[in-house]
Design a protein around this ligand. Structure first.
Ligand code: TYD
Length: 210
């Protein structure tokens, strides 16, 4: 049996990762592939409980060290309980955020030691690294507008309620990651409609993974 492929979406809050994960999942399914859509943190009972703790806006005193360990704990669980077995039975796994978010948010955003984060990520995921990571990027003005619209509709969680400078650091982190691993990371500008972006994503996935 052929291994499934592992595709992750990354980017700062408000770049449309969730929509694009879903649209890619639908396209691949219509081609007859078995697809599993996931998001991080979450995806198992244990990881969802950890997610609730992580995103609880009332817990503003959580330390950055606690935060990173909780993200990695949630990840260690979903990798072994869900992602690895799915890939082994030939399912394609699409995950809305994964290990790179920890480098960008807890490393660049919170300022934790990047080498420590690389080690924690390696411990949490083992051999289960993404085959392809799609970094969705918006021009700065577009991003501010999208986030504003989103925050009018829903309350910010503990992490996406952070400041503009935090968000700029996270963005810098993603760009640094993309430069560090250009084979795995591919960037897509999300300036067009969501259908246009979905077309670019599908074309990229076909080109890189088939
Ligand atoms: P979520 O509501 O899923 O946000 P989004 O739709 O933007 O993905 O919340 C996840 C939040 O957790 C998001 O603000 C990014 C943050 N995060 C980290 O800080 N580190 C991580 O390792 C991961 C996976 C997410």
């Amino acid at each position: 049996m052929q291994q499934g492929k592992f595709v992750t979406f990354e980017g700062v809050d408000g770049t449309g990762k969730t929509t694009q994960s879903q649209l890619l999942g639908r396209s691949l399914e219509s081609e007859g592939l078995d697809v599993l859509l996931l998001r991080e943190p979450g995806g198992t009972v244990i990881s969802e409980k950890i997610r609730d703790i992580l995103l609880d806006a009332s817990q503003s005193h959580m330390t950055a060290e606690t935060e990173v360990l909780l993200f990695e704990a949630a990840r260690a669980q979903i990798v072994r309980e869900v992602i690895k077995p799915a890939l082994e039975r030939g399912t394609w796994v699409i995950c809305d955020r994964f290990m790179d978010s920890t480098v960008a948010y807890q490393g660049y955003g919170r300022g934790l030691d990047l080498e420590v984060i690389d080690k924690l990520n390696a411990f949490a995921v083992g051999e289960t690294k993404p085959d392809l990571t799609i970094l969705l990027q918006l021009p700065p003005q577009g991003l501010a507008e999208r986030l504003e619209k989103r925050h009018e509709l829903e309350a910010a969680d503990r992490i996406d309620g952070e400041s503009e400078s935090f968000r700029a650091e996270v963005d810098r982190g993603f760009r640094a990651l993309a430069a560090r691993e250009p084979e795995r990371f591919r960037c897509i500008e999300t300036q067009g409609t969501k259908e246009e972006t979905a077309g670019l994503v599908l074309e990229l996935v076909r080109r890189v993974l088939s």
